[in-house]
Write a protein that binds this ligand. Structure first.
Ligand code: URA
Length: 231
């Protein structure tokens, strides 16, 4: 397990020093969909249980993205997880498999989780959008708005102890802000009573491996926050 952790940390770009003769040490581095009135749509979604929510998402055509994607990508993981990880939207791999973060970015996300002692199976993973935007373009504000009640209901059902927002789109939509990600990192935000920590999107980290060190700092902030040890 120690060897596993060291290899995941290396994957994250974190230098692992091995003490002579010792162990490794880390050096910093439904109906709802058809409701015409948006308020009644939101109110209806806010009452759904897991099966009804999943079914409603599957049948949703509210924003038009569903026509161009293979399937909806609802979310995956423990339905009472302490950690809720939120990304942007499904990409090609996720669209094909119906599960968030299963492509290269997903592999790096798995490594990031392993680095803080978590298995993918212990958390819940979802996205701002449930449907893949064409050519992986950014979600439009109106698409995010129409999809938001589904994510809000997931959050209400999961009641996570911490939300980790991956990337600018997730962070800005969740926190309802246009503040750049560089300024959203490094502090603990609140979504109602739930602490939110922001870090870079794994796809960005794959393109900019030099930023992995900052992501590691963010992950450590998230761990401390969840343990109640503050920023
Ligand atoms: N990127 C995301 O933001 N979400 C996914 O599910 C996959 C890639």
């Amino acid at each position: 397990m120690a060897a596993d952790r060291a290899s995941y940390l290396r994957d994250l770009g974190i230098t692992v020093w091995t003490r002579r003769g010792g162990s490794a040490a880390v050096v910093p581095a439904a109906d709802a969909d058809t409701a015409a009135d948006p308020l009644s749509r939101e109110a209806t979604i806010a009452t759904l249980d897991w099966p009804a929510l999943e079914q409603t998402v599957r049948g949703c055509t509210a924003c038009g993205l569903r026509a161009g994607c293979t399937q909806t990508v609802f979310g995956v993981g423990v339905r009472r997880a302490e950690w809720l990880i939120i990304g942007e939207a499904p990409g090609a791999d996720e669209d094909k498999q119906g599960e968030p973060f299963v492509g290269r970015a997903g592999q790096l996300l798995n490594s990031m989780l392993t680095a803080i002692g978590l298995k993918r199976e212990q958390v819940y993973i979802a996205n701002i959008l449930k449907c893949r935007p064409p050519n992986n373009r950014e979600p439009k504000p109106e698409e995010a708005e129409l999809c938001r009640p589904f994510l809000e209901r997931q959050i209400a059902l999961i009641r996570p102890k911490l939300i980790l927002a991956l990337g600018r789109i997730a962070a800005q939509n969740l926190l309802n802000t246009e503040t750049p990600i560089g300024r959203l990192r490094g502090q603990v935000h609140q979504l109602g009573t739930i602490p939110v920590v922001v870090t870079y999107h794994p796809a960005y980290l794959l393109r900019s491996p030099g930023e992995k060190r900052k992501a590691w700092v963010d992950l450590q902030l998230a761990v401390r926050t969840l343990r109640g040890q503050g920023p």
